[in-house]
Design a protein around this ligand. Structure first.
Ligand code: NFE
Ligand code: MG
Length: 586
């Protein structure tokens, strides 16, 4: 590593293979950054020539995390092509499967992938468990709830486990942390609360996955969604299944409201100075990690049965540009294009996904004077393409959904966001930061738990009332002669689009542009930075040998590189070799 570079490869506590090369100045401030996916896989190309009704089952293999999301988008792209609307039960079931994914995914992200960027595990060993109870009460009361753990014995038992590990030098997966780094800001008691909830969230994961599987059939990779509706009619008509879903949702909601949200208030308060440090940003507004300040949402979760792209949505679609919260633009999907100037693909100009191509052209790394391999940043340097909206780079994800909904005046989103901000008397611009991005995800999780409770009741009432329809009949031979469709929606990590062209009953072209493509993509032809890249600019690193701050910001996006790079090397040639320490969490 040269003195001026911080290279993290692979970034861990994410899904897939991500490399970040950052350049720091003499004050240890990041002045330039490059995001590269070093992994090559593939799905889009193998879909050509297939029956469009099978695409969902194949595209969901893009990822093992947000599996049902690709499944549903793919099915909806085909439904859009065939002009099929689905019955109410199917809409509600899809919302419940997808909603369960949000709650599961966001909770796992906060505790198991992101929390250790804020929580110093070793510091928790010096906490006073009695004071930890008081501390937990304090943050829970800010959220208007009672704390998830309210007794010192429980905190003490968890602390004893950690102390034992530390004493025996058996920190295991926590072994390589940057413990003691000065940019860890929580007190020992706060760290103990974080560790305790981390362990409890591990248990809860199992129940959250069950919730996903009740109507989805299994998790990961549910299998009850088909073109025209869903197949889980037995579950819809069984009050016990509906009751079990409700019970699991209630348990998840308790944790979200009494642990997750209070922990985010706690971290948000302790790291508040960063959320308002506009000097440390790419665009001179927001706070550390703010980045592009341009946000896009395709919108998702139909609230009525008018039809795909016609129904009112839980998360509205739209675009907010350059941090200007006085204006939200209507989304026009014709303005989406993917550029490959800096991506390892053939191509000379940005293409709309209907015309999109996936032709690999790997040009490798260069050797620096110090003997290390570096990205060829002037040329191609990532397997992720560079998507743009109307020629601009935008960020997608929970923050984008909250900002777009807020600026568009959506009452529900405004209520949840304002409720969160009013506790600290904060302006919405504090969300334009690393910690703000993390807070937006928590706000969204709480909102999702509450609306899901309404959906499961609606499903029960509808089924009890005798409506058991789950599928809309269609004449495949007629509708599939020549058709085009798109499934534009919101995966947990942000705007996800699948575009399919069909001819004579077969897929002619298929393109997926996923959330991590938008956020993790490299520069475009004009040299505009990707969302990850922009978010790192201006960040001060306490110790360049421990790039804690860089990880914190990148993790705040919840990267999924498996999703972002979905092409296969059919020849099976080796594209790189990696030595990975499986015990390393950083
Ligand atoms: Ni692989 Fe995904 C989500 C999608 S990705 S996790 O959420 O789509 O960026
Ligand atoms: Mg793609």
């Amino acid at each position: 590593m040269s003195k001026k570079h911080i290279i993290v490869d692979p970034i861990t506590r994410i899904e897939g293979h991500l490399r970040i090369e950052a350049v720091i100045d003499e004050n240890n401030t990041i002045v330039d950054a490059y995001s590269s996916s070093t992994m090559f896989r593939g799905i889009e190309t193998i879909l050509k020539g297939r029956d469009p009704r099978d695409c969902g089952l194949m595209t969901m293999r893009i990822c093992g995390v947000c599996t049902g999301t690709h499944y549903q988008r793919s099915i909806e792209a085909v439904e859009d092509a065939f002009n099929i609307n689905i019955p109410k039960n199917a809409r509600l079931v899809r919302n419940l499967i997808q909603g369960a994914l949000y709650v599961h995914d966001h909770t796992v992200h906060f505790y198991h992938l992101h929390a250790l960027d804020f929580v110093d595990i070793v510091s928790a060993t010096t906490a006073n468990p009695e004071l930890a109870v008081k501390e937990a009460e304090k943050w829970a009361s800010v959220a208007g709830v009672v704390p998830y753990i309210a007794d010192a014995a429980n905190f003490k038992a968890i602390q004893d486990r950690v102390i034992k590990f530390v004493k025996e030098g058996r920190l295991g997966i926590f072994g390589n942390g940057y413990w003691g780094n000065p940019h860890y800001k929580l007190t020992p008691e706060q760290n103990l609360i974080g560790v305790a909830h981390y362990l409890q969230a591990l248990d809860l994961q199992r129940d959250m996955a069950k919730m996903h599987a009740i109507f989805g059939g299994k998790n990961p990779h549910p299998q009850s969604i088909v073109v025209g509706g869903v197949t889980c009619v037995q579950d819809i008509q069984d009050p016990a299944r509906i009751g079990l879903y409700k019970q699991l949702l209630e348990e998840a909601a308790q944790f979200v409201k009494r642990a997750y949200l209070p922990d985010v208030y706690m971290a948000g308060t302790m790291y508040a100075a960063e959320a308002t440090d506009a000097k440390a940003t790419y665009k001179g507004a927001g706070g550390t990690g703010g980045g592009l300040l341009s946000y896009m949402s395709y919108g998702d979760f139909r609230l009525d049965d008018t039809g795909f792209y016609k129904s009112k949505l839980l998360f509205p679609s739209g675009v907010v540009l350059n941090g200007d919260i006085t204006k939200a633009y209507e989304l026009d999907q014709d303005k989406i294009a993917e550029d490959v100037t800096h991506a390892w693909y053939e191509g000379t100009k940005p293409l709309h996904p209907y015309e999109g191509e996936t032709i690999p052209k790997y040009t490798g790394f260069k050797k620096g004077a110090d003997g290390y391999a570096y990205l060829k940043t002037d040329e191609k340097y990532s397997w992720i393409k560079s998507p743009t909206y109307d020629g601009q780079k935008v960020e997608v994800g929970p923050l984008a959904r909250m900002v777009v909904g807020y600026v568009k005046g959506d009452e529900r989103i405004k209520k949840y966001v304002d409720n969160f901000l009013k506790r600290g008397n904060l302006p919405i611009t504090v969300l334009f930061s690393t910690i703000g991005r993390t807070a937006a995800r928590a706000i969204e999780t709480e909102l999702m738990c509450d609306v899901m409770m309404g959906w499961i009741d609606e499903l029960g009432v509808n089924a009890l009332g005798g409506d058991l329809s789950t599928w809309t009949k269609f004449d495949f031979d007629k509708v599939s002669v020549n058709a085009k469709g798109m499934g534009l929606a919101e995966a947990p990590r942000g705007a996800l689009g699948h575009w399919v062209s069909i001819e004579e009953g077969r897929v002619k072209n298929y393109q997926a542009v996923v959330p991590s493509t938008w956020n993790a993509g490299p520069r475009d032809a004009k040299g505009q930075l990707g969302a990850y890249e922009a978010s790192l600019i201006g960040t001060k690193v306490a110790n360049p040998d421990q790039p804690l701050e860089l990880l914190r910001t990148i993790h705040s996006f919840d990267p999924c590189l498996a999703c972002a790079v979905h092409v296969v090397d059919t020849k099976g040639k080796e594209l790189g070799s990696y030595k990975i320490d499986p015990t390393c969490v950083f």
